[in-house]
Design a protein around this ligand. Structure first.
Ligand code: 3PY
Ligand code: MG
Length: 290
């Protein structure tokens, strides 16, 4: 591999669609990587996923076109180094609030002279070729998350930092730090204004903008608006939502389900499980669960 297909797509002005893995489960990832997604991010920020076991997530994606990204727990070059060294081709850095913080993220992800990443990726050379060190800066993407009003205020300065590939909005943390109700596909006017400001700045500076989406319908709307890097929910959400929908279907057909048992068909009073909807927006955990 000599180039990153996601970076190429963004460069052509196209959108690249992915998802999040909060399970870090290699079998789930192996499956999702073969659905036609452009990329998949393993989320080390909010989940009990270790770098040592995440190697198997990468193995599950090998032989596919799906590009592996890792969301690190914080803007820490040591974390960035460890995930890139095992073969991730992009780092997603949460809650970056200033241009200096973007510079730190870029430095951690790029070899000299563009950055200060340390040399020592045995696996990089193994899976991407003996010339890994020569091409790693071209292969590796830096995605910084906009999740705080300070970042929105300085968005032009942030977008000007060389080496930033994507400014990616985390709708929940942005809402939380703005003091408005959390939730993806957030319709609070202040939240929508902040999102529009990030998108417009991306356009001005030629940097792709992204936002975490709750479903495919939102992805389609965001592409219309001009966003380019969107995850659809996550493996956990899609699994839960898919099974809830199937159970709802079974109940609608007279099966009595619940408490781990399936007894039917034939209940005249069968009802759908609370909140199981195809759009996934009305389930018990609401729109904040991605
Ligand atoms: C958020 O919504 O805060 C996120 O981090 C989504 O990735
Ligand atoms: Mg967040």
């Amino acid at each position: 591999m000599n180039s990153n297909p996601v970076r190429e797509k963004l460069g052509r002005g196209e959108a690249a669609i992915g998802t999040w893995s909060s399970t870090g489960d290699p079998s789930v990832i192996e499956l999702l990587a073969r659905t036609g997604l452009d990329w998949l991010t393993v989320d080390f920020e909010h989940n009990p996923i270790d770098v040592s076991t995440a190697i198997n997530c990468l193995r599950g994606m090998m032989g596919t076109e799906c590009v592996p990204f890792a969301r690190v727990p914080s803007n820490d070059p040591i974390w960035t180094k460890r995930v890139l060294d095992i073969g991730f081709l992009g780092v997603v850095v949460p809650d970056v609030r200033s241009p200096e913080e973007v510079e730190r993220a870029v430095k951690g992800a790029r070899y000299r002279p563009a950055g200060e990443r340390g040399i020592g990726s045995t696996r990089g050379s193994l899976i991407y070729g003996g010339d890994y060190y020569q091409k790693a800066n071209d292969l590796t993407m830096v995605v910084c998350m906009i999740e705080h009003p300070d970042a929105v205020r300085q968005i032009d300065e942030i977008m000007r930092v060389p080496g930033l590939d994507v400014a990616f909005i985390g709708p929940n943390d942005l809402a939380s730090s703005m003091g408005v109700p959390i939730g993806l596909d957030n319709k609070h006017p202040d939240h929508m204004a902040a999102v529009a400001k990030v998108l417009a700045a991306g356009r001005r500076h030629g940097v792709a903008a992204g936002i975490h989406c709750i479903d495919g319908a939102e992805v389609a709307r965001r592409i219309e608006q001009g966003f380019q890097w969107m995850p659809i929910a996550s493996d956990s959400r899609v699994l839960r939502w898919g099974m809830e929908f199937q159970l709802k279907d079974a109940k609608a057909n007279g099966v009595r389900a619940g408490g781990g048992s399936m007894k039917g068909p034939a209940s005249a009073t069968a009802t759908a499980p609370a909140g199981a909807t195809r759009d996934g927006k009305k389930d018990a955990s609401g729109k904040a669960f991605y």
